[in-house]
Design a binder for this molecule. Structure first.
Ligand code: ADP
Length: 398
């Protein structure tokens, strides 16, 4: 059984075709600059050279049809016909309160997805466009929606209600939702299986540290708190996002700098985080390089980032009444040994000790804590696409 996993952004479409019998990626790729000049599809069949196709793509439907042509192409293709695609799994960013798990996409589900647009105006419309494009081109192939928010729907009310007038929760559904759920779920399940322990007995803190970054507290397999909130802007300092700040700063800055709503949103989402503090870059590799050369603001940006991850871990230890496992994942979490070391250094009081040699291993699932460390610390490369494919398979086989 082959499953096509689709992840649409406003001008991009990422895909993977996965053979579920072996859980192997047969081909993957990315269409970029959809709807703008210079559209391009980069397609990588497993074990072969990548192919770059430059063709106008006025919308996601055109991008999808080019990608499907490539999948069955005589030269670069990996399947003989569309019949070899059994189902399609779509990443959907916001499922609101309606979706606590993945679902088969029906007309009712489409309606509910449209209702969630107000909650994620930047993310959900391209996700919906991707689903519609598939529906038009492959009407008979079952589709499943997998939500970034679903895994966190187990949070207790005291974790997700903001101390605002309660009517805003009732009227506008303003509450904490949390994101990166597919990744937090995947790495927490992998952690339990690597440690050979039932997830029901573990208190796990998962740190998804990429350009966007979030931490989750997973008790007995269920998310009980996470650092992103109503939107992915809350929580940690990120590549370009501010994360938590005093909300009064927003109106103060708008007044002082004469900013509009769009402009302040731009400052908080695109000009803040480690980019804002360092003035160097949003990419941690550039910041680490500058910091090593003595750039003080780059050093400060890394310290602020690490401090926030560490204090969030501390808060979640309190939320779970203890901790057994910490997992690092995503671009920075998987690759930066120095970052992991800095975060864990002052957590020794919790019974956390890192083995420096193991911490330097890259690109594979590794336990990086010492054998006698009370809390196990793991690096696990995330795999959201595989998780989406697994959910899709399970639901279409029901
Ligand atoms: P997203 O999916 O949120 O865009 P990723 O999970 O791909 O982000 O992470 C991207 C980030 O990971 C980059 O911005 C970069 O800062 C960081 N990163 C990747 N490789 C390294 C590395 N070797 N050392 C430090 N940081 C890295």
């Amino acid at each position: 059984m082959n499953i096509l996993v689709i992840n649409c952004g406003s001008s991009s479409l990422k895909y993977q075709l996965i053979n579920m019998d072996k859980e192997q990626v047969i081909a993957k790729g990315l269409a970029e600059r959809i709807g703008i000049k210079g559209s391009v599809l980069t397609h990588k069949p497993a074990g072969k050279e990548k192919v770059v196709i430059e063709k106008p793509m006025k919308d996601h439907k055109v991008a999808l049809s080019i990608l499907l042509d490539v999948l069955v192409d005589e030269e670069y293709g990996v399947i003989k016909s569309m019949n070899e695609i059994s189902a399609i799994g779509h990443r959907v960013v916001h499922g609101g309160e309606k979706f606590a798990s993945s679902v088969l996409i029906t007309d009712e589900v489409m309606e509910a997805l449209n209702d969630c647009i107000a909650l994620a105006p930047l993310h959900n419309p391209p996700n919906i466009m991707g689903i519609q494009a598939c529906k038009e081109i492959l009407p008979d192939v079952p589709m499943v929606g997998v939500f970034d928010t679903a895994f966190h729907q187990t949070m207790p009310k005291e974790a997700y209600i903001y101390p605002l007038p309660y009517e805003y929760y009732e009227k506008y559904k303003i509450r904490k939702y949390g994101f990166h759920g597919t990744s937090h779920k995947y790495v927490s399940e992998r952690a339990a299986s690597m440690l050979n322990q039932p997830i029901e007995n573990l208190r796990i803190i998962t740190c998804h540290l990429g350009n966007g970054a979030s931490v989750a507290a997973i008790k007995n397999g269920k998310s009980i708190d996470t650092s992103m909130g109503f939107t992915p802007l809350e929580g940690l300092a990120m590549g370009t996002r501010s994360g938590n700040i005093d909300p009064a700063i927003v109106t103060y800055l708008m007044q002082k700098e004469g900013l509009t709503i769009e402009e302040i949103n731009d400052v908080l989402n695109k000009k803040s985080g480690v980019l804002g503090i360092s003035g160097v870059s949003s990419d941690f590799r550039d910041i680490e390089q500058a910091a090593n050369k003595g750039n003080e603001r780059a050093q400060l940006a890394l310290k602020v980032f690490n401090y926030r991850v560490r204090t969030t871990i501390g808060a979640y230890v309190a939320a779970m009444g203890g901790i057994d496992v910490i997992v690092f994942t995503a671009g920075l979490g998987e690759n930066s040994a120095s970052n992991r070391k800095q975060i864990c250094k002052e957590l020794e009081f919790l019974g956390i000790t890192i083995d420096d040699n193991k911490n330097n291993i890259r690109g594979e699932e590794t336990v990086i804590s010492t054998d006698d460390s009370k809390v196990k610390v793991l690096v696990i490369p995330t795999n959201e696409e595989l998780m989406i494919a697994r959910d899709t398979k399970e639901i279409v086989e029901q």
